[in-house]
Structures are given as C-alpha cells and as structure tokens.
Design a protein around this ligand. Structure first.
Ligand code: SF4
Ligand code: SF4
Length: 187
C-alpha cells in the first residue's frame, strides 16, 4: 500500500522503491542526497505550530510503524549507545539472576557524562534482530524513535541524527514533506 503522494515523490527523486522503504542502504544514500533539502525542511518545521505538528507526526507514526517490522531491522540496537539508570540496571540484573556487580562488569560502562551505558554496540541483548530482554528493555529503547513525545519540532536535530539509520524515521519524515505539501524550492 502507498500513502498518497509518496509514489510520485519517489519518482521525482528518480528512485522507485516499495513503500514503506526499509532498505537501509537506499536510506543511507538518500540521507546523503537529501542533506541540504532536509536542513531546509527542518527550518520550515521549526516555525510550525508545535501542537498541530505533534498531532500530524504522531498520526503518521501510527500509520507507518505497523508496516515496518523492527525484527527485520534491529538497526537502532546495532548502532546506538544505550543509556541506563540505576533502577533499570537493578531490574534487568534481577531478571537475569545476576548480582549488580557481575551485571555491571559484563554489560555496563560509564559514558563521557558519567552516565551508565551498555558497553557494546551492537547491544549485548540483541539476538538476531530481536531484543532478548524485551519486557525489561530500557526506557530509551522503549521511547525510540520518539514520535509520540511532545515538541517534535524542538527535537529535530536528534530526530535527524537517526534519519539514516531508522526506516520508521525516514518514512515518517519523507511522508510528512508530502502531507505538508512542502517543496524544497518553496523556502
Ligand atoms: S536492550 Fe534490547 S531494545 Fe534495548 S538496545 Fe538492547 S537489544 Fe535493543
Ligand atoms: S526503531 Fe527503527 S532502527 Fe529500530 S528496529 Fe525499528 S525500524 Fe529499525
């Protein structure tokens, strides 16, 4: 199924791809090609009403994310640093039946800010493309890609940091351009 407009958009960028687009190599290439355009789009988004934009972005997320199988991808778990707090470390170590000392030594490190992070990329708990501790995964894992979080247009830098790695983010943001009838030469 195509979301209205995306097919013609893809034709205009001279690439035809099934929708939603989940090919990570294609997405990486597009991210480079569309870098300047995306900076202009972010400038446009910054000036929109936050509440209306949050609603639109969340609607797109709800429409698009069920069409993308995270277990076919796993790219966030393969490529991101995961922050953990004390409660999360306590919960997961208890679930795994390990003392905190053992758990910390095996899985944790201190990040630059002094925060605890998982000490491996890809994450230790990724098996294939699936999380082996899904019910006990960390808050940051549950939140990603954060399209349900208010004030989307104040988090554009962070969201676009992941544009080239996450098919959900790529498809939501490209569909958003179409739904807002945004043209790169209109700014
Ligand atoms: S804990 Fe699970 S969801 Fe979170 S990064 Fe690791 S594998 Fe992914
Ligand atoms: S959230 Fe994005 S990067 Fe992570 S597994 Fe799902 S589609 Fe892939």
């Amino acid at each position: 199924m195509w979301i209205k407009g995306l097919k013609s958009y893809l034709y205009t960028i001279k690439n035809e791809a099934p929708y939603p687009i989940v090919d990570l190599e294609f997405i990486k290439i597009k991210a480079i090609e569309l870098e300047a355009e995306n900076l202009k789009f972010q400038d446009f988004l910054r000036n929109l009403d936050s509440l209306s934009l949050d609603k639109k972005v969340f609607e797109l997320f709800e429409a698009i994310s069920p069409k993308i199988e995270c277990t076919d991808c796993g790219n966030c778990c393969k490529s991101l640093i995961v922050n953990i707090d004390e409660t999360e470390a306590n919960n997961l170590s208890a679930y795994l039946g390990q003392s905190r000392a053992t758990f910390d030594e095996k899985y944790l490190d201190k990040g630059e800010s002094g925060r605890m992070v998982v000490n491996a990329i890809p994450c230790h708990f990724l098996v294939g493309n699936s999380c082996s501790v899904y019910e006990h995964r960390f808050a940051g894992c549950k939140e990603f890609p954060a399209f349900h979080v208010p004030d989307f247009n104040k988090r554009l830098f962070t969201t676009y940091m992941h544009y080239d790695r996450c098919p959900i983010i790529f498809n939501v943001l490209e569909t958003l351009k179409i739904d807002l009838a945004w043209q790169s030469d209109s700014e």
